[in-house]
Design a protein around this ligand. Structure first.
Ligand code: GLP
Length: 245
């Protein structure tokens, strides 16, 4: 894993956006895996600024998002479909038909999981997957204990995840308790991975990722087995690494 250090959140976002822009320039047909949460918001606004200023086209880009809440339709402002449209897709020239996010509001969610896995494979796999990390080490919504062999599946969210994500909802009771997420094996099939880590609340997770063992109790640790992972982390997230190294 290669680690790139950024001074702060804004610098991390700018570096990550530049990294993605270079990949799109090198391959205008890129299959891009996307993440939600607070961390990538700055990246998406940098991508929009670049698109408006420099005209980089996303017309032939296909995207696959990591996850979606079960029970929320795309019209719900807390759904990840809504988030992606609002934070990125509505502001660039991407074709909406090429933006893929698992559906959380379908009757047959198990079929949706199988279909999503097939969709990614039929498109030739993900070239570059963007990831954030939960403070408990989750990637996508793969909570501690998830099998490293897992494909797209339905998960029960951990109490710490419900708590962390409650900030986006009007009340904690509104946070869905289940989600559909790419599995660990799905993520690991991506050709390249870009992991973003920002802020003091993530410093323990980053320390554990760097220094801990590869173990299903800490899902992100699997990334040590991937041949092409780049981490961009800010100084606040790297605080413990510096102290101990
Ligand atoms: C969320 C998402 C993850 C995200 C993580 C961290 O629950 N499902 O994909 O990476 O938790 O979120 P944040 O960036 O808001 O800290």
């Amino acid at each position: 894993m290669k680690i790139i250090e950024a001074k702060d959140y804004n610098k991390m976002s700018a570096l990550a956006a530049d990294y993605i822009i270079e990949k799109i320039k090198a391959n205008p047909n890129l299959n891009l895996g996307l993440a939600t949460g607070g961390t990538p918001v700055g990246i998406y606004s940098n991508l929009i600024n670049d698109h408006q200023k420099n005209g980089l086209s996303y017309r032939n880009i296909t995207t696959f998002n990591l996850d979606e809440y079960v029970g929320l339709s795309g019209e719900n402002p807390n759904s990840y479909r809504y988030y992606m449209d609002d934070q990125l897709f509505n502001h660039i020239d991407i074709q909406k038909s090429k933006t893929n996010i698992p559906r959380g509001d379908v009757a047959d969610i198990q079929k949706e999981c199988l279909d999503y896995e097939k969709l990614i494979a039929n498109q030739g796999g993900i070239d570059l997957q963007i990831l954030g990390i939960g403070s408990n080490g989750h990637i996508g919504f793969n909570e501690p204990g998830t099998s490293f062999d897992s494909n797209t599946h339905v998960v029960q969210l951990a109490p710490s995840t419900l708590e962390a994500n409650a900030r986006f909802f009007n009340s904690p009771e509104e946070v869905p308790t289940e989600a559909v997420t790419m599995g660990i094996a799905t993520i690991m099939k991506s050709k390249q991975i870009l992991l973003l880590i920002s802020g003091e609340s993530k410093k323990e997770a980053l320390f554990r990722l760097i220094n801990g063992e590869v173990n299903e109790s800490f899902p992100a640790s699997v990334l040590k087995n991937h041949p092409c992972v780049t981490i961009i982390a800010d100084e606040a997230a790297l605080a413990d690494i510096k102290v101990h190294s």
